[in-house]
Design a protein around this ligand. Structure first.
Ligand SMILES: Cc1cc2nc3c(=O)[nH]c(=O)nc-3n(C[C@H](O)[C@H](O)[C@H](O)COP(=O)(O)OP(=O)(O)OC[C@H]3O[C@@H](n4cnc5c(N)ncnc54)[C@H](O)[C@@H]3O)c2cc1C
Length: 584
């Protein structure tokens, strides 16, 4: 096996199979799951000369990664350096020490921060994965020492699906609720143009061009061909895997790990109506996407989730805890003492016209000027422009005991038409359908809106009046909206007023959307060391077993210091595991 570059002359096996049930497959490394972490491990190991097989439970590749915003937190990355941002390597450590407190694990944090720049350089130089910087995105908690105002984020460059060939149809399509007629909108400048298209001729032209090209792609190909965000990351990773002759097998859930003399040496995988033994001389990487859809484990670990069902998990249903169970069966241990077991997301239920109900993540709307979040008491409870994890954690902690945990985002007509509210899109799309479907509540007055929502009317009216009194001066003394660089980034740079996150709520009719606790994924996961090896109860590494992505306990200890803190570590520990398995 070579350790200096891609394998030569290997047979091309990607995404092809015919009747593998009952047969035995031999490889060097088996990867369970085809999201960012699994594909990162697979590509890295294959480039270093290993023969790699990736098995995916779902019929499509990409997992939650394909539905994600695609942002990766990677301090010190080469794109930031090329832009002239030279950060002291101690700065992110200072930030994380302050953020994580007792959950700071120096060995794993060092492994992440030391390898993240190398991971980005590796993919840029040797694979189809190219990046675009997000240098203008600040860390979430700007008041915490060490927080950066930029230079920590990056995202996969858009991907022309024509370059993927047959692989394109095997990728998980973008999430319905976060795209428009199947057109994914790229987080960053692209999205900003969509939100300002009624106020800027340049934005209008950009959006019109994007939409016309999308309609052409729908007519010619039946799906989006300009891939952005998470699906671009998956597309580029899967293409890289294909280029390196990694065998990608869909509809193939791993059922049991194979152990010999205490060493994991493969797995039994269901496929083609039977079971296939996949032997892997260098071991197995668990990358099955954590347990967002394991109801029993949610009930056991999530706060205020008495039956396990009081939770709207955003990842695909196939992310149901298989990797954790496989790891435990081999002697691995689930680390549960994290700051949070779950990466919270504020989520609303979207009743679609076809009778299905989707889940919408409130990532963008909360920070815009002219919306507040309230509990059933009618009182605000958090700085709405802070992170999604912060919003939801505060909601879970403060919703009245004995009641369903929920909050309402409340705005006026001007706000809804300008920015949209959740899945109810802004002008020129009509707001009526969202009201008729029950997605939005509407009231001519704040009190009427409160009654429609089941919120205490007098309390909500008092909250809005108090908020407005200060908002007219661009202030929010109660929660300090607009006080951090992250807040202001989430606001509206074109807003005419002293604070891009604050405006009064005063022009009826008024609207509200109900927001429930949901998740981007899980933080509790298998205990691992700095090389992503799964640790047993005695603290020793289990030979041949790695866990990455959300199967591995969050390297940030269940804290949420910045956007991209799932995918940055997922890519980096995938890279670390791939190299370790290859012996480099
Ligand atoms: C809407 C949304 C937006 C998000 N935005 C961001 C963002 O911008 N930045 C960020 O950092 N994070 C974001 N996240 C979170 C992030 O997407 C996830 O944490 C990350 O994708 C997890 O990657 P993974 O490789 O661990 O798992 P996944 O990408 O979920 O992949 C796991 C795969 O394993 C498969 N699998 C499960 N069981 C088996 C089995 N037995 N055998 C074989 N395969 C199996 C699953 O089907 C799945 O395809 C977002 C999440 C969502 C839902």
């Amino acid at each position: 096996m070579s350790t200096a570059g891609p394998p030569q002359g290997a047979q091309h096996r990607s995404a092809q199979r015919g009747g593998l049930a009952g047969r035995r497959i031999d490889c060097d490394l088996l990867v369970v799951g085809s999201g960012a972490s699994g594909l990162s491990a697979a590509v890295t190991a294959a480039w270093h000369g290993l023969k790699v097989v990736v098995v995916e439970k779902a019929p499509v590749f990409g997992g939650a990664t394909a539905w994600s915003g695609g942002w990766m937190w990677a301090p010190g990355n080469p794109l930031a350096k090329r832009a002239g941002i030279h950060e002291d390597p101690q700065q992110p450590r200072t930030y994380l020490r302050n953020e994580l407190g007792p959950h700071y694990d120096a060995a794993r944090v060092d492994a992440f921060l030391d390898n993240a720049p190398a991971m980005v350089a590796f993919f840029e130089q040797h694979t189809a994965l190219q990046f675009v910087d997000g240098n203008g995105i600040p860390d979430i908690h700007g008041q915490v020492p060490g927080a950066a105002t930029g230079g920590h984020q990056l995202i996969a460059a858009p991907c022309d699906a024509r370059t993927l060939g047959a692989l394109n149809k095997q990728l998980r399509p973008t999430m319905r609720e976060t795209s428009f007629l199947g057109m994914p909108i790229m987080a960053g400048a692209d999205l900003a143009a969509f939100l300002s298209m009624t106020r800027s001729a340049k934005s209008f032209l950009h959006v019109t061009g994007r939409f016309l090209r999308h309609l052409r792609d729908l007519a010619l190909h039946g799906r989006a061909m300009h891939l952005v965000n998470g699906v671009a990351l998956v597309g580029r990773l899967a293409k890289s895997a294909q280029d390196l002759q990694v065998q990608l097998i869909a509809s193939a859930p791993a059922r049991r790990l194979l152990l010999e003399q205490g060493r994991v040496c493969g797995a039994v995988v269901a496929m083609d109506g039977g079971e296939t033994e996949i032997r892997a001389s260098r071991g197995v990487v668990l990358a099955a996407g954590g347990f967002p859809h394991d109801t029993a484990r949610r009930q056991a670990l999530f706060p205020r989730t008495p039956t396990g069902h009081e939770h709207l998990a955003l990842p695909p249903e196939s992310c149901s805890g298989d990797g954790i169970r496989l790891g435990e069966a081999a002697g691995g241990v689930l680390a549960t003492g994290l700051a949070s077991p779950v990466a919270w997301a504020p989520v609303s239920r979207v009743p679609h016209a076809d009778g299905t109900v989707g889940h919408f993540p409130h990532i963008i709307d909360r920070g815009k000027p002219g919306v507040i979040g309230v509990l059933s008491t009618g009182r605000r409870f958090v700085n709405e422009a802070d992170g999604y994890h912060d919003y939801t954690a505060a909601m879970v902690a403060q919703a009245p005991a004995g009641e369903e945990v929920c909050s309402w985002l409340v705005c006026d007509h001007r706000f809804q038409r300008l920015y949209g509210l959740g899945h109810a899109r802004p002008f020129p799309l009509p707001v009526g359908p969202a009201v008729r479907s029950g997605y939005l509540q509407r009231g001519a007055t704040i009190e009427a809106l409160a009654r429609a929502c089941g919120i205490a009317p007098a309390a909500l009216a008092a909250t809005v009046q108090e908020f407005n009194d200060h908002a007219r001066r661009g202030e929010d003394p109660a929660f300090g909206r607009g006080s951090t660089p992250y807040n202001r980034k989430m606001g509206d740079a074109l807003h005419r007023g002293p604070n891009p996150c604050v405006a009064p709520i005063e022009q009826g009719p008024f609207y509200a959307v109900k927001v429930l606790p949901g998740s981007f994924g899980t933080f509790a996961g298998l205990r691992t060391d700095a090389s992503a090896r799964v640790l047993g109860a005695d603290g020793a590494a289990i030979a041949g077993l790695y866990a990455v992505g959300t199967d591995m306990a969050s390297v940030l200890g269940g804290c949420y210091p910045s956007g991209g803190i799932n995918l940055g570590p997922a890519m980096t520990f995938g890279y670390i595991a791939g190299r370790h398995a290859a012996g480099v």
